[in-house]
Design a binder for this molecule. Sequence first.
Ligand code: SF4
Ligand SMILES: [Zn+2]
Ligand SMILES: [Zn+2]
Length: 302
Amino acid sequence: MTIKCDKCKHDSIIYQRYSGMHLCKKHFMEDVERKIKLTIRKHYSVRKNETIAVAVSGGKDSSVLLYMLHKILGERPDIRLVALSVDEGIAGYRQNTLEQAKGLTSRLDVEHIILSFREEYDRTMDEIASWEREKGTCSYCGVLRKSILNRKALELGATKLAIGHNLDDEAQTIMLNHLKGDVARMVRLVPPCELEGLVLRIKPLRYVPEKEVAMYAYLNGLPLSTGACPYAHEAMRGEVREMLDDFEDKHPGTKYALLSGFDKMAEVLAREMPIGKLANCRLCGQACSGELCQACKLLQKQ
Ligand code: SF4
Ligand SMILES: [Zn+2]
Ligand SMILES: [Zn+2]
């Protein structure tokens, strides 16, 4: 016998163990959309005449992010949405996801700009990976991508830069920072973290579990599988992911508890440890806390 939705008489398609609810397609989609709208309203209110840059890799998370922002804000003539994709230069991987990003932006009729490591830094991730043995490719990739996105968003006059981090990503990052004792990084996770020279990063999917993002993408015909990046092996994050998945399995709601506990603590953190005024990088001029920004520091080492 099929199990019915707890909100109507239709068949359920998902059981949310953390909420104890069985939901049909309609009520599941409404639930995901409600969480996203609530996160935007609570943490990142959208004002009049904003330009919002959206980081779109072409994977499920960023596709759902763009789709939802377009659904919520697409009708507003005073809001400009611009999708930004970054081609890091990873052969056999990024081309596919970029094609998916292009397909989605043209389906939604959203302006789309593709940036590349080759043009910006004169080197590709494949080249960096072949030289860099010591620090881990993902650290390079993440820092360089953040920098290129921020620069372009500033250039566009964007007031927000939306990224597709979901609940699992956020819970993992919080736990990783705890395990590394990295309080400074935790302070920067506090939403909304506004710093002069850095476009405000917003994460509207932070209260949607990864599995539900995937299901929402599937139900709306959005890109789902993108294959794996050949460099994806940030060891400690993988261990934390397994640990949290295991906890979630035994104690449904663990990831939500970690995130909402952090949000409460974050208010105190932000008050007690305000982030100082940023300087400008001596080489590229981007806002940073030292003499050189992280991207220039990494590039200089090569
Ligand atoms: S897995 Fe690492 S190297 Fe690959 S795209 Fe992501 S951050 Fe870059
Ligand atoms: Zn229902
Ligand atoms: Zn710099």
